[in-house]
Structures are given as C-alpha cells and as structure tokens.
Design a protein around this ligand. Structure first.
Ligand SMILES: [Fe+2]
Length: 359
C-alpha cells in the first residue's frame, strides 16, 4: 500500500504575509458561535506581534507558555472543556508560535468535535470526526509541524500524535519575518530537526522519488543556512529555512522518520527533553546508522559553536533506560522504515537500551 497523504489546503508564503491573516479568516467568522480562538506562544506577550493579532472583541486570545514542557493531553482537554463551557464552539483556531503551538492548535481543533479525553485518540486514524477550521502561523522554522498529519501529545501512557487527515491545517501562513528573533540555539536545534527529518526520510524502505525530491531540496536549503558560505541567521536564510522546514516535513510525511526520532521520543517522554534538542543529543551518536549525515551535523555544530553534552546516560537509572527503550520500541513505523518489515529480527529492547547508553 502506498501512502495517500493529505497536504495543507492553502499556503501563503512571503514577507509580511502575516498581515493577510485578518482577511483570510474573515469568511470563516460566520461558522459555529462566530468567534475565533487565537493560541499564541507566551514569548510574544507584550511584544509587537501581540498588537498585530487581528482579534475582534468577541475572540479569545490565549497565551501559552510552552518552554517548560511539550503539549500534554491534559492541556488540550482543559483548553477544550473551558472554552466550550464559556463560549461554545469557535469558528476556528489560529496557532501562532513554534512547533508546540502548532501541535496545540491542531489538537484543540480536533478535540472540539471529538468527545472524551484526547488520550483516547493518540494513534493513527482514531479521531472520529473532522475538527474545526484551523490555521497555523509558524514563528520558528524546523519542526515541520506546519504540514504534518500529526499533533504530537504527551499523555500519561504515551507520547504519540493524534494522526489523521483532519489534523492537517486548513491554512498556513509562512511569513519569514516572524522567525527573525529566534534565539540562536533554538534556531540551530529546531533547524536541525529539519535536517534530521531529511536524512532519516531518505534512508529506509518508505523513501521514494517523491519524498526524496523534497528531502534533497530541503537539505540543499539547510546547507545554505547552516553549512555553506553565508550560513547563519539572516533574512535570506530565514526564508530558506522556512521553506526547508515545510519540504522536510512533506518528505517525512510521504516517507518516515527513523532511529533518531524513535530514540528521541523515548528521551522526551521520560525526561521531558524538548524534541529538537533531544534529536540533536541523539543524532551525534548515530554515525553507524547515518554516517554522512552525522559527519555533516558535527561540522555544523562546530561552525556555529554549539556544544552538546555527552555521558548523560551515566546519570540515568536502569529503570529509566528501560522505560525509554519501551517508548522507542513501540514506534514500530520508524524501525520498520529503517530496517524493513523484518525489523523485529534486528531490533530488541536490549539493543535499544544500548543506543540510549551511548548518550
Ligand atoms: Fe522532528
């Protein structure tokens, strides 16, 4: 079976395209209880972007701090319950922020129309009804959350996405101006998420001409941003990284991520390490799986004077490592992509634990 993937309905790309948000949502304002929910990264509270959010008096603007932890099922359920109780079903949801805010906007949109806790729907195609209109405005480039079919949530049991066609945004506004103030380390780690998406997407059984073309183009853009002469944070590279993030995300949607993401998810679930940083912690130790990619990654680290801690696993208990391995082992689609259908003959909980002990 070939994947039949859902793309974003509409995309606008370009400097200052954020100014079009008001007119884009105008035609949707008549739906349901005729108001919009804006979910904005708390980073922008009191900043210039806050004043540019085109909220009407009836709308709700909610600032969420995603620094401490990645979105949880509890957070999504609470937002949904409180809003339905106070104002009923909104016409739509707009998410303005990084990957976590994109995931929150996508998940909330779905949970407005699907009863019960979001923990019931963590997995593939478990969502029963389409969500409400949702629009994403990424302000950090790299996670691919702007185009993915997944809203990744951490629940009490698992870290797993609400994954289905309806998760994908109805509209995305890609305005590279909004990414100009991202702190350097966050810029690097989030950008590396795209780089790793492409490396993983290309290496495995799900890779095909379509996913490969997206990955190659995204890698070319990543090298301009992080590797080649002219690398660094500037206006031209902000545009390139924004497009790379989208194309890397499309590549992994058609293909799949691999070993780095499986291990990274285990780490994030147990120790709450942020996704992009977690990927970088893991990827540096995977030279035997992705030799060329890891070599280039280390050169990019050096070029930008970014250092990553090592010997982390020395501080973890055997139980923690076992729990991490359990989480990673359950990501069967990632192992299947790297090793093929007989991956269970090649990967064991012990071999996964050994990967965690490299960290
Ligand atoms: Fe990722």
């Amino acid at each position: 079976m070939h994947k039949n993937f859902k793309n974003i309905d509409k995309v606008v790309f370009g400097r200052s395209s954020f100014n079009q948000l008001d007119s884009i949502i105008a035609e949707k304002r008549h739906d349901h209880n005729k108001y919009f929910l804006f979910i904005v990264d708390n980073y922008f509270k009191g900043k210039e972007l806050e004043k540019r959010v085109p909220a009407k008096p009836e709308d709700i603007v909610m600032f969420i701090n995603v620094d401490a932890e990645e979105p949880t099922t509890k957070l999504i359920d609470t937002i949904r319950d409180n809003i339905l109780k106070s104002k009923g079903l909104p016409a739509g949801v707009v998410g303005i922020g990084g990957g976590s805010i994109m995931d929150i906007a996508k998940a909330v949109s779905l949970m407005f129309t699907n009863e019960g806790s979001s923990t019931l729907y963590q997995g593939l195609n478990l969502i029963k009804k389409p969500g409400i209109y949702h629009l994403g405005v990424p302000t950090v480039s790299g996670t691919g959350a702007e185009c993915s079919m997944t809203a990744v949530l951490t629940g009490s049991e698992k870290k797993l996405g609400l994954k289905c066609e309806w998760t994908v945004f109805n509209q995305v506004i890609l305005d590279p101006d909004l990414t100009g103030t991202v702190p350097k380390e966050q810029w690097f780690f989030t950008g590396m998420d795209t780089y790793i998406h492409c490396i993983e997407s290309e290496k495995g059984s799900c890779n095909n001409t379509y996913s490969y073309a997206y990955a190659e183009e995204a890698l070319k853009l990543c090298r301009d941003v992080f590797y080649n002469d002219g690398a660094g944070q500037n206006a031209v590279n902000d545009e390139k990284l924004m497009v790379a993030s989208l194309m890397g995300g499309l590549s992994l949607t058609v293909s799949e991520v691999g070993i780095c993401h499986a291990i990274s998810y285990g780490l994030s679930k147990i120790l709450h390490t942020r996704h992009c940083y977690s990927n970088c912690l893991v990827f540096q130790h995977l030279a035997d799986f992705y030799p060329q990619g890891v070599k280039e990654f280390k050169e990019m680290l050096a070029k930008h004077n970014i250092s990553l801690p090592e010997n982390l696993s020395k501080g973890w208990t055997n139980e923690q490592i076992a729990e991490m391995a359990q989480v990673a082992y359950k990501l069967t689609h990632m192992w299947n992509h790297y090793y093929g259908a007989d991956w269970r003959n090649k990967v064991t909980l012990d071999s996964i634990e050994a990967l965690f002990r490299r960290l």
